[in-house]
Design a protein around this ligand. Structure first.
Ligand code: ADE
Ligand code: ZN
Length: 322
């Protein structure tokens, strides 16, 4: 058995961002939607930089129109995750892409996704939990609508609330109402910070939104005081090294700060973010980390213990997937 064969816990995966380009092309074909501009000649997604990535992502989402589309997508992505050894996965689900914030429509999408997740659990042995996500560059008012959808559907498999999107738009504090609403509904909280925003963005996320996990957070490496704060507050980072390398934060895995953050005592975990966009899988992330830092089976087992402890699920689920 190699490190890449180990059972894995993944905490940071965007549901739409996990759609393979061939899947999106097939739906575009069925619905007669022209998406030719978002693919390279070799069929992969084509983007230049982070903001262009976000725009290509949103174009791909245009073909994901119905609950049935999300049913198909959920089965496909959970089968792929399970094939990579993932036994527990949390995915980000956006009301913006599932009915545009209409609560009745959102419920229909969730029912379809849950149905597919039940089938995937039976067939592939993988457990799904949903983290409802607002999109930062859609603005605070839209985020409130997402939080309302999240609060109304909080329950056994919708267990968290978060925020993705362009970190340079507005401030974390602009989204306080949405996060308070989700917290009051019993949801656990995470937000993207310290990916394209600097250390202050991570600090703001913890102080202003009260998140217990941070998506990425890797730019904390620039600020030793923040590293100490993350350690003291036991904040877990959802680190996505392959995503960071493709989006140009670091030139390669060797230069990625995950090992330094871990050695400083920060709780780090490993995820893929949007695997087909970044030409990665959980298996590849493990292989690359093992190669870059010499991590062995016990390092990855510890990483997975950290991830499971920070997972937004109940104790029964934690015990079952362990
Ligand atoms: N949405 C999907 N992937 C993202 C990323 N890496 N950062 C911010 N928002 C995203
Ligand atoms: Zn992300």
């Amino acid at each position: 058995m190699t490190v890449a064969d180990l059972p894995k816990i993944e905490l940071h995966l965007h549901h739409e961002g996990a759609a393979p380009p061939a899947f999106i092309r097939q739906l575009a074909h069925e619905k007669r939607i022209d998406l030719s501009g978002i693919f390279k000649p070799d069929g992969s997604y084509d983007f230049r930089d982070f903001t262009h990535f976000l725009s290509v992502y949103e174009s791909a989402c245009k073909v994901l129109k119905t609950p049935e589309d999300f049913h198909r997508l959920t089965l496909a992505i959970l089968e792929e995750s399970a094939a990579n050894g993932v036994v527990y996965s949390e995915t980000f689900l956006s009301p913006d892409f599932c009915g545009g914030g209409d609560l009745a429509a959102w419920r229909d999408y969730l029912n379809a996704i849950q149905d597919a997740a039940d089938e995937a659990e039976r067939k592939f042995g993988i457990t799904l939990r949903g983290v409802v996500t607002c999109v930062r560059h859609f603005g605070p008012e839209q985020a409130k609508i997402s939080a309302h959808c999240a609060a109304e559907t909080a329950g056994d498999w919708i267990t968290g609330f978060g925020m993705g999107g362009n970190e340079s738009v507005g401030a974390q504090s602009d989204y306080q109402w949405a996060f308070d609403c989700a917290r009051e509904a019993g949801l656990r909280l995470t937000t993207h910070a310290g990916e394209f925003g600097g250390p202050e963005s991570v600090r703001d996320a913890i102080r202003d939104l009260g998140v217990e996990r941070v998506g990425h957070g890797v730019r904390a490496i620039e600020d030793p005081d923040l590293i100490r704060e993350l350690v003291d507050r036991e904040v877990t980072l959802e680190v996505c090294p392959g995503s960071n390398v493709v989006l140009g934060l670091f030139p390669n895995f060797d230069a990625h700060p995950i090992a330094k953050l871990r050695d400083a005592g920060v709780k780090v975990t490993v995820s893929t973010d949007d695997p087909p966009f970044f030409h990665t899988t959980m298996r590849r992330e493990y292989e690359m980390l093992s190669k870059a830092f010499g991590w062995e089976a016990e390092d990855f087992a510890a990483l997975n213990d950290t991830a499971l402890a920070a997972a937004f699920c109940d104790e029964d689920t934690r015990a079952r997937v362990k």
